[in-house]
Design a protein. Structure first.
Lengths: 192, 311
């Protein structure tokens, strides 16, 4: 198919490196995709597209850099493209400052919540904060890489994280209060 | 360091992105500032809650079947249409993958109840003596060669059942085998003729197609010193392993495809049946009835294929 033996060898080498570096990240990439689209079939499509693009552009990946962050960048771009095609792309709105003003206080951590409640609390915060939190605090991607993935300046990432984390803490505390969990947290929240 | 400055860099501190000197400043500050110490602990706890939620939610877990298929498709696109099944395991043995895949695994301790192992004295019988069920007293040791041979075969099959569960967990779910699997037909040529075209027999079985069960991949692997033919299937989104192992070189008089059900206390189901020289296991986390039904569906074509090799 590729003509010469040396081209075959080149392909094999490229595949071996891709398999060693990129394939083991598939579970993480799927998790992010699933979080973004909330539909398994759609998430699998997105992962497939991400990996197909990554394989094609693998010569542009710099060895010993963060392959997960590189794949996540491709994933976000692929998703952006799909959303634009479907006319569903929500550009970050200008309400960030307004929201931030309302969250001056970060409540203490609510204990005893189920994983499902934690995910529901996360879903309730605005998308731009949520994205930054998931990439930074769940996937443990560096701030610089979060900026690269979301295509925003690093300062924006920092401020989104700062605000997003406070909103998340407030949401978690609200869940805990509504279920009567963590009375210490409840007292601390209401005392402020 | 002031509290405001701490607040700005606390996130970087938790992500280990600070210079050593700045790290030191943070530590010094939290030592003397209870409010920032509490804040740091709170951030750590929130991050841990989030990661736990993402790691354990079933909806966020990658289907092994999808991963296999995508990987094989990408490889085929890169290298042409050559078969692409095995070095996947090398990649999957990486710690990042294992950390996630481990979340898929329910079981922590293998503990099985096997109908095969009906006699508490089986182990002792296989060693040429029978002990009193209520104590350790030896009551009989004059067994015929036939009795001992049958007991030894039963014992070997019982041990294989444990290995089958372990293999399903480590090979089909965790991708965690010490030795890389090899091509099933190649294993057939080298070790056991029953493996040759076994996957083809399973794939072409009418019951597989009619039951909506998907074939994922096949190979031969070693678990706990036992070589298996391993065919990975998917039924209703559950990963299913069909495992075939030879029984210690010994031959039983008759093949018996009546299903013998074995169950695992932590959720894995094993159904198995015997041929003259092999035991066939179907392992999954399907409900017991579904796992049994699947085994019954697969048994005729698998047994017929193995019987040809055993003839």
């Amino acid at each position: 198919m590729f003509g010469t033996k040396s081209r075959d060898a080149g392909c094999e080498e490229r595949w071996a490196e891709f398999e060693r570096e990129a394939v083991p990240q598939m579970a993480d990439i799927f998790r992010i995709a699933m979080w973004l689209v909330r539909d398994r079939a759609e998430a699998e499509d997105l992962v497939q597209e991400t990996y197909a693009q990554a394989l094609e552009a693998f010569h542009r990946y710099r060895p010993n850099t963060n392959i997960r962050a590189w794949l996540m960048t491709i994933l976000y771009r692929a998703r952006g493209k799909k959303l634009r095609a479907a006319g569903r792309l929500n550009l970050a709105n200008d309400s960030e400052e307004r929201i931030a003003e309302t969250i001056a206080f970060a409540p203490p951590v609510a204990q005893g919540l189920t994983d499902e409640e934690v995910l529901r609390a996360l879903e309730r915060i605005p998308q731009q904060y949520r994205e930054a939190i998931v990439l930074s605090d769940v996937e443990e991607v560096s701030y610089k890489e979060v900026a690269q993935i979301l295509q925003v300046p690093i300062g924006t990432v920092m401020s989104r994280l700062n605000r997003g984390r406070k909103i998340l803490r407030a949401e978690l505390a609200m869940y805990a209060n509504s279920y009567g969990i963590g009375t210490a947290s409840k007292r601390a929240v209401s005392a402020d | 360091m002031q509290c405001r400055e701490f607040e700005e860099i606390a996130g970087s501190y938790l992500k280990d992105e600070l210079l050593v000197e700045t790290n030191h400043d943070v530590l010094k500050h939290v030592e003397t500032c209870p409010a920032c110490r509490r804040e740091l602990a709170a951030r750590r706890e929130t991050n841990a809650q989030l990661r736990r939620a993402f790691d354990t939610a079933p909806e966020f877990q990658l289907r092994p079947g999808f991963a296999f298929q995508l990987r094989n498709k990408l490889k085929a696109e890169t290298l042409g249409k050559r078969e692409a099944s095995f070095s996947f395991f090398t990649a999957m043995m990486r710690p990042q993958w294992l950390a996630v895949a481990a979340c898929l695994v329910i079981a922590s301790v293998v503990g099985i109840f096997a109908v095969l192992y009906q006699d508490n004295n089986l182990y002792e019988l296989a060693r040429g003596r029978q002990v009193n069920p209520t104590g350790g007293e030896e009551v009989r040791s004059d067994f015929s060669a036939g009795e001992l041979s049958n007991a030894a075969i039963q014992l070997a099959r019982f041990e294989q059942t444990e290995s089958a569960i372990g293999n399903h967990q480590n090979c089909a779910i965790k991708f965690n085998l010490p030795e890389e699997p090899i091509d099933l037909n190649e294993a057939g040529r080298r070790y056991d003729a029953a493996y040759i075209d076994l996957a083809q027999a399973v794939r072409s079985s009418e019951s597989l197609r009619a039951g909506g069960i998907s074939y994922i991949e096949d190979h031969s692997c070693i678990y706990n010193g036992q070589r298996f033919a391993h065919i990975v299937l998917e039924d209703k989104g559950h990963t299913v392993s069909l495992l075939v192992a030879e029984v210690d070189g010994r031959v039983t008089k008759e093949a018996n495809t009546d299903i013998i059900a074995c169950s695992h206390k932590d959720g894995y189901q094993v159904s198995c049946f015997n041929t003259k020289r092999h035991t066939v296991f179907v392992v999954s986390d399907l409900p017991e009835a579904d796992n049994l039904m699947l085994t019954r569906r697969l048994a005729p074509s698998v047994a017929a294929h193995i019987a040809l090799a055993e003839a």
